[in-house]
Design a protein around this ligand. Structure first.
Ligand code: ADP
Ligand code: MG
Length: 256
């Protein structure tokens, strides 16, 4: 590339805020000459690199903004260990049709069976594909709403959360809700109904939810809204955390 052309590319790339174009224009031009690419193929390669850089950057920022406790993906999920789920069913979820259709995903099962892992994996996928996501435990969501309510801006907060296409609500049921917390949780679910998606995980089946929320009638209405448009996946089996720890640990009997 002539010095004049190179400096023009550098100038235009700066004006367009396209740093990858500037970085790669020359190297790709050399390759194009060596391999006999058409002008169009060269242009597509340069612009394609810029697009890829932008997409991966935005994805990383959205994954960070979502505040996942760790980043997990389906690549590190062992379907041979978790046999109660069909791999295809989970892979299908990663296509994110549920999100486009404003449906929910619900993971139910005992501790250590992979509920949080899978919730994160779907959330990460959504973030990487361009959707804004927020992750928190049920307790944290309720605390956030309770704080907003005290400041007289509950509706505003629900509206703000409602603009996120996906929220993950982890660990429903680990700690029982008092009536105010239950009402706030209900408000959260109702405000998103048919508008935006929720991924929920719980160690209790829906029949156990009455106990968590203390009010069977309200729970029936809550579950109704949550499940109306939802994929419910029930996980079974042993805890992955105890994998390979041996029967003594599980049975609580130690020799000697
Ligand atoms: P849960 O939320 O159901 O209690 P987690 O998803 O937090 O369980 O899983 C507990 C730990 O075990 C996590 O570190 C998770 O990544 C890991 N884990 C669970 N199931 C699997 C699996 N099938 N393959 C790989 N790792 C798993
Ligand atoms: Mg969990």
């Amino acid at each position: 590339m002539s010095a004049k052309a190179a400096s023009e590319v550098a100038f235009c790339a700066r004006a367009l805020k396209a740093p990858r174009v500037r970085e790669l224009a020359e190297t790709l031009a050399e390759r194009a000459r060596e391999e006999g690419w058409s002008y169009e193929a060269y242009l597509a390669a340069v612009l394609g690199e810029e697009v890829a850089a932008r997409e991966s950057h935005g994805g990383a920022a959205r994954v960070k903004a979502a505040r996942f406790p760790q980043v997990k993906t389906l690549d590190d999920f062992d379907f041979a260990f978790q046999r109660s789920l069909k791999r295809e069913a989970v892979l299908h979820l990663t296509q994110l049709d549920f999100l486009i259709e404003h449906k929910n995903v619900i993971f139910l099962g005992p501790p250590g069976t992979g509920k949080t892992h899978l919730s994160i994996a779907l959330g990460v996928q959504a973030a990487r594909r361009g959707h804004r996501v927020a992750f928190a435990s049920a307790q944290q969501w309720v605390a956030r709403l309770a704080a907003a309510k005290r400041q007289g801006r509950l509706d505003e907060e629900l509206e703000r959360i409602g603009r996120l296409p996906l929220i993950v609500v982890d660990e429903v049921g680990y700690i029982p809700f008092d009536p105010e917390a239950a009402a706030l949780f209900f408000a959260l679910v109702s405000s998103r109904y048919e508008r935006s998606s929720i991924i929920v995980s719980s160690n209790k089946t829906f029949s156990g939810w009455a106990e968590i929320f203390g009010d069977p009638v309200a729970v029936a209405a809550l579950v109704d809204r949550l499940v109306h448009h939802a994929e419910v996946l029930v996980l079974r089996g042993d805890s992955y955390r105890l994998k390979g720890k041996g029967k003594e640990v599980l049975q609580g009997e130690v020799d000697g």
